[in-house]
Design a protein around this ligand. Sequence first.
Ligand code: 1GP
Length: 247
Amino acid sequence: MQVEAQLHRIITQEGKVHLTLIDPASQTPERAAEIAFAADEGGTDAIMIGGSTSSFGILLDETVLKIKEKVDLPTILFPGNSAGLSKYADAVFFMSLLNSRDLGYVITNQVLGAPLVHKSQIEPISMAYLVVEPGGTVGWIGDAKLIPGKKPEIAAAYALAGKYLGMHYTYLEAGSGVDKPVNPDMIEAVKHVLGENKLIVGGGIRDAKTAKLCASAGADMIVTGTIVEEVNDVTAKVAELVSAIKK
Ligand code: 1GP
């Protein structure tokens, strides 16, 4: 499965992509598979699997396998560090937290994980990962020098640097479960410099209105995790988000 090509096809045909993020640490693998199944019914385009803490090893492998038993959607790893890899997934966001003060999150974890990606033939999708205020758990764990919400030009400069370094995707991350998602002005400024390069936005998006604001400002892909794990009717929530962002 060529995941990056598939995501680009969806963007060409439907305007935007919706990604459902499942953190293996938040529920059993069986429940994760049920959420993925319901999100698929609601029209999500791919399942991201990962988290900043405890989403490693057997729990990660079992979560990926259970999800793959239930849905045919692409599974994309979203690793918190080099332990967040599973050979059972289709692809990995091979990301560098460019605004981290800790070299481990900029390059060392990537060096540790690269041989496994090579051996297992998981498709790497290169990504500049930028954590902006408020930053949430990932901002703390990743020792991010948080990009101020009111400084879109700083985010744009980082995004340009990532693009010039050859990264295909840029991810503007406000932090999982935060109250304040990424500001539309920042999304607009970043997409303006990225041009055809793809922009992912996530963190704190819970409803159709916010998802639409982010998509209209220039996000090519919208990620929702927390809300999908919390609601009773996952299919209805995902359908609400999907219909807000697609053509
Ligand atoms: C977190 O951006 C993602 O890495 C998703 O955030 O859990 O707030 O949807 P939420």
